[in-house]
Design a protein around this ligand. Structure first.
Ligand SMILES: C[S@@+](CC[C@H](N)C(=O)[O-])C[C@H]1O[C@@H](n2cnc3c(N)ncnc32)[C@H](O)[C@@H]1O
Length: 273
């Protein structure tokens, strides 16, 4: 089951929205522009961040289906929507409706989940997914000639200020941890966007991809501290770096007044040609 708490997802949401690549989003807006009342399926929706980030950009009268296997996160998403209803698209007026669906897609059975959607989307999901399941997703999406857009897939690039001699070893160990099984078989981790790009281009789609890094400076101080700690915990699990060295690294990160952590992501849009 998911290790993603509603609190963690809420903490990262502003940084996620700030990081989304404007070029990829603009192209998505362009390809969906003529589509009245689009139907959208958000895979691995968590507490609904992707809905809140993307819906203001899409045509009016949207119907979203939020899919996750974690009922606690679906409940959090529903509570947030109830607390602050989504405004009609500022572009044309017209409300956005949302339904919630609990489903585990680790076996790659996407077809019933995405049936009828104009757009299949996801955020911060595909680095968890295996290359074979990415292939199954591309099979299902391309069979229906649907549009696909995923954002914030970790790309293996990370840097830290102020620097520390262990930064490189920490990044390499973390990237290995990213490729362990997250429920889908060995995760694509930093190779996920390349796997998605190959899967969609080989099935005849046009693919656009561009970077969407987090730059976690003082604006995102709490997120930066929790993230650094999360990295230390993940690296500890790998056994690749001695525990005392990890403790030295995290102490250095937490002591720095003006620390910055940069985490690379990539966004990808795939469109039938
Ligand atoms: C990193 S979180 C991203 C959540 C959300 N998209 C966001 O941007 O805040 C990954 C999400 O994928 C969901 N997830 C992971 N494996 C899944 C699976 N096999 N089936 C359905 N959902 C899954 C998790 O429960 C979690 O909500």
């Amino acid at each position: 089951m998911s290790g993603f708490s509603p609190e963690w997802l809420a903490l990262r949401e502003p940084a996620d929205h700030a990081a989304i690549n404007a070029q990829v989003r603009l192209e998505l807006v362009r390809v969906l522009a003529g589509k009245a009342s689009p139907k959208v399926v958000d895979l691995g929706c968590g507490a609904g961040s992707n809905l809140r980030g993307l819906s203001p950009w899409l045509p009016a009268g949207q119907s979203w289906t939020l899919v996750d296997y974690d009922q606690r996160l679906l409940d959090a998403a529903q509570a947030r929507v109830a607390r602050s209803p989504l405004s009609p698209s500022p572009r044309e007026g017209g409300g956005t409706s949302v339904t919630y669906r609990q489903a585990d897609f680790s076996a790659g059975d996407f077809a019933p989940l995405i049936a009828g959607a104009d757009l299949v989307t996801a955020a911060a999901l595909f680095d968890l997914v295996s290359v074979p399941v990415i292939g199954k997703l591309a099979d299902a999406v391309t069979a229906n000639r649907q549009i696909f857009c995923t954002v914030l897939t970790y790309d293996g690039i990370a840097s830290f200020l102020p620097e520390h001699p262990l930064d490189r070893a920490m990044r390499e160990a973390f990237n290995r941890h990213q490729q362990t099984d997250k429920g889908f078989g060995p995760a694509a981790g930093p190779n996920a966007t390349e796997a998605l790009a190959q899967a969609f281009t080989s099935r005849g789609y046009r693919v656009i991809r561009a970077k969407s890094p987090w730059v976690l400076d003082q604006t995102f101080e709490r997120l930066r501290r929790e993230l650094d700690q999360g990295w230390a915990n993940a690296v500890r699990e790998t056994g690749a770096v001695p525990v005392r060295e990890i403790e030295g690294w995290i102490a250095h990160r937490l002591a720095a007044q003006d620390a910055v952590t940069v985490v690379g992501h990539e966004d990808l849009l795939a469109v039938p040609v």
